[in-house]
Design a binder for this molecule. Structure first.
Ligand code: NAP
Length: 294
């Protein structure tokens, strides 16, 4: 079996790495905050000190960190993955980052005879815990085929989208659908509450109809419990929308959903600690601006 490395043990990385070990692969890990690796160390993962050490010990290196500059640092910074790359090694970046930057990272990695797949995910913390992620992949198709069994340990749907950057392009478009859905849920909940409807019963009813969605399932139910803890951090959604905006601007597109969604996300970030709440905390801004708590 190929030796796997995993860099970035946050909300998503820990359960994803756990599934890889569960499938029988040997795993080396790196996390900037070492303490977060302790659960995986207990299960037998080797906890190493730099991304380069992980890359040296692995055939396939997965990266799951926050943003484009973070991926760049982990790959090409001091003690980065690039230092230890050799022909035949594969890097799979599962973070959500810029498609354009991804293509430049791909070229640099190809310069070492190694290969980069971009493989961002959708499905949230629950999808990561249940190994039910949707994984959208860009890069060389032969490398994708080699990595499919590994990706299948974390995902329910693993789809090849095209050359380098195509996975990130797909994920960026996914986020437009997501923000529209989330805004609709918050606005609908507000009106339902004002009309005196029971929110849990409302969710049950509409979940059986044409307005059902994954966002309603994941975020709607958390809102009803007033659980605003992060599965997907508001700050990370803001980062995703900035990536979307850049592409929309470059393509000169009409983009009212992303524009409004970005403003609402900013209004939550402006609240004390708002950026570290989950995306469902968008409800708090709808409530505040309507002087009504559901
Ligand atoms: P998270 O809980 O905030 O974890 C981020 C991870 O990245 C942490 O392990 C962090 O290390 C590491 N990291 C960040 N910057 C770094 C740097 N410069 N150098 C080294 N390590 C760095 O985030 P997450 O929710 O797991 O999300 C990870 C990625 O998946 C993001 O791109 C996000 O947009 C995407 N995503 C998330 C979800 C979701 O529902 N959560 C869904 C789909 C996609 P420390 O522990 O030291 O901070």
């Amino acid at each position: 079996m190929e030796r796997i490395g995993f860099i970035g043990l946050g909300i998503m990385g820990v359960p994803m790495a756990g599934h890889i070990m569960g499938a029988g692969y040997s795993l080396s890990v790196f996390n900037r905050t070492k303490a977060k690796a302790s659960g995986l160390a207990d299960k037998g993962a080797a906890v190493l000190d730099t991304p380069a050490e992980v890359a040296k010990a692995s055939d396939i290196i997965i990266v799951m960190v926050s943003d484009t500059p973070d991926v760049e640092q982990v790959l090409f910074g001091e003690g980065g993955v690039h230092d230890a790359l050799e022909p035949g090694k594969v890097v799979i970046d599962m973070s959500t980052i810029s498609a354009e930057a991804t293509r430049s990272f791909y070229a640099k990695i190809a310069g070492k005879g190694a290969s980069l797949l971009d493989a961002p995910v959708s499905g949230g913390e629950i999808g990561a815990i249940n190994a039910a992620l949707t994984i959208m992949v860009g890069g060389d198709e032969a490398v994708f085929n080699r990595c499919t069994p590994l990706l299948n340990t974390m995902g329910k749907t693993v789809t090849y989208m095209g050359p380098s950057g195509a996975g990130q392009a797909c994920k960026m478009c996914n986020q437009v659908l997501l923000i529209g859905s989330l805004m609709g849920i918050c606005e609908g909940f507000l009106l339902a509450s004002k009309e005196g409807l029971d929110i849990n019963r409302f969710i049950d009813v509409v979940s059986g109809g044409a307005a059902a969605s994954a966002q309603l399932k994941i975020c709607g139910e958390k809102i009803a419990r007033r659980d605003f803890s992060p599965g997907f951090l508001m700050d990370l959604l803001a980062k995703d929308l900035e990536i979307v905006h850049q592409a929309q601007r470059a393509n000169k597109l009409f983009s009212p959903v992303t524009a409004l969604g970005t403003q609402i996300v900013k209004s939550v970030q402006a609240q004390d600690g708002g950026g570290r709440l989950g995306t469902q905390a968008m409800m708090l801004s709808f409530e505040k601006l309507s002087s009504h708590e559901i």
